[in-house]
Design a protein around this ligand. Structure first.
Ligand code: TRP
Length: 356
């Protein structure tokens, strides 16, 4: 006891804590998340998951499994959301998020996030919500028109609540989420101006490859478009999906010159093959003529399976112990709720809602 005390004093004397050290000690925060509507795919990995895994040591990292957001367009299918909580958690852990250093939180178990959303809704207009390009696109895809669920239209506001309740500095996301961060910044500025400067302005972090195309050649890989390769796909399924993949429709014979732009096979090689020189050679050969689709696809299958093998192995290990993963989620949620509770206290004070 005494020794410990002395040691502490000594350190204080010999190494006075400088502003630099203080900055070093207070880690900046990350918050990001996913809707649990299905297992995660390669697009999620490239768009955001890879960055989270890389940054989890440098930043205090919170990852939200956004089950309430998933319900905004799945109100009639709660079992799907429930089931996919674990699937998404398996994917996180398999991809390398370490529950010892990053905190995984279930949205619905942090009611403070819903409360904060209600306050923010007064700072956002209906026309602003209707202008969000990502929401607009999704509404079109789902054919909602005027019958859009109100909860769906305002999910970017709840997302602003997620980010700011955790006072996140950085939000690693796919490109389609940039409008959400923009809207969050607007809300933060309004709130801080009208009430008190309590909230932190976040920045988005996108990856080098901003959007991974689907196996059908469409611009975005997505579960709802049925053009995704999942982190949990077996090697046989990956092989089948790659063999059926869209390429250059004008590239009929191996000898024909082929197009690399808009050809997802090469987009995936760019994203997952570490050997940039080899990929460049393949591209040149393909463009010139003399490289068949089947041949490049075989290379891609190997690259993807090499990338996915360790993820599959870890996933299988976690999938054997769902209780352990549920415990990780429970503990993460409890820890996350404390952070949100503290922010809400400050928010209520700033809004003069601290009555007693
Ligand atoms: N909307 C995000 C998606 O569909 C998921 C999400 C929910 C999120 N809350 C968030 C992302 C907060 C970043 C920050 O991928």
């Amino acid at each position: 006891m005494v020794e410990y005390h002395l040691a502490k004093v000594e350190i204080g004397v010999r190494f006075p804590v400088t502003a630099f050290m203080k900055n070093e000690m207070i880690k900046k925060r990350i918050l990001t998340g996913d809707r649990p509507t299905g297992p995660l795919h390669l697009g999620h990995y490239i768009g955001s998951l890879e960055n989270r895994v890389k940054l989890q040591r440098e930043y205090e990292t919170y990852i939200l499994i956004a089950d309430m957001q998933a319900l905004t367009d799945n109100a009639d299918n709660p079992e799907k959301v429930r089931k996919n909580i674990l699937e998404v958690a398996f994917d996180y852990l398999a991809a390398g998020l370490d529950p010892k250093i990053c905190t995984i939180v279930i949205q619905s178990l942090v009611p403070e996030l819903a409360e904060l959303t209600m306050y923010y809704l007064n700072l956002v207009t209906l026309s602003r919500l209707q202008r969000n390009p990502t929401v607009k696109g999704e509404m079109q895809e789902k054919g909602y028109g005027a019958n859009v669920p109100a909860g769906f239209l305002m999910y970017p506001v709840s997302q602003a609540a997620h980010i700011t309740a955790f006072k996140a500095n950085l939000v690693p996301v796919g490109e389609d989420q940039l409008p959400m961060i923009e809207q969050t910044v607007e809300i933060v500025r309004s709130f801080n101006r009208i009430y008190k400067p309590v909230l932190v302005e976040p920045k988005a972090l996108t990856s080098k490859i901003t959007r991974l195309p689907g196996t059908d050649g469409r611009a975005k890989m997505s579960k709802s478009l049925n053009n995704a390769i999942y982190l949990s796909d077996s090697s046989a399924v990956v092989a089948k999906k790659v063999m059926e993949m869209f390429t250059d429709p004008g590239h009929i014979h191996a000898e024909d010159p082929g197009k690399v732009e808009g050809n997802p096979v090469f987009a995936y090689l760019d994203a997952f093959d570490q050997d940039v020189k080899k990929v460049d050679e393949l591209k040149k050969q393909y463009q010139k003529g003399g490289l068949g689709d089947v041949e490049v696809k075989k290379i891609l299958i190997e690259v993807l399976n090499n990338f996915l093998n360790p993820i599959r192995k870890r996933r299988a290990e976690f999938a054997e112990k769902p209780e352990q993963v549920m415990r990780i989620l429970k503990e993460g949620t409890e820890k996350g709720r404390k952070v949100a509770t503290q922010t809400l206290k400050e928010v209520r004070q700033a809004m003069h809602l601290d009555y007693f």
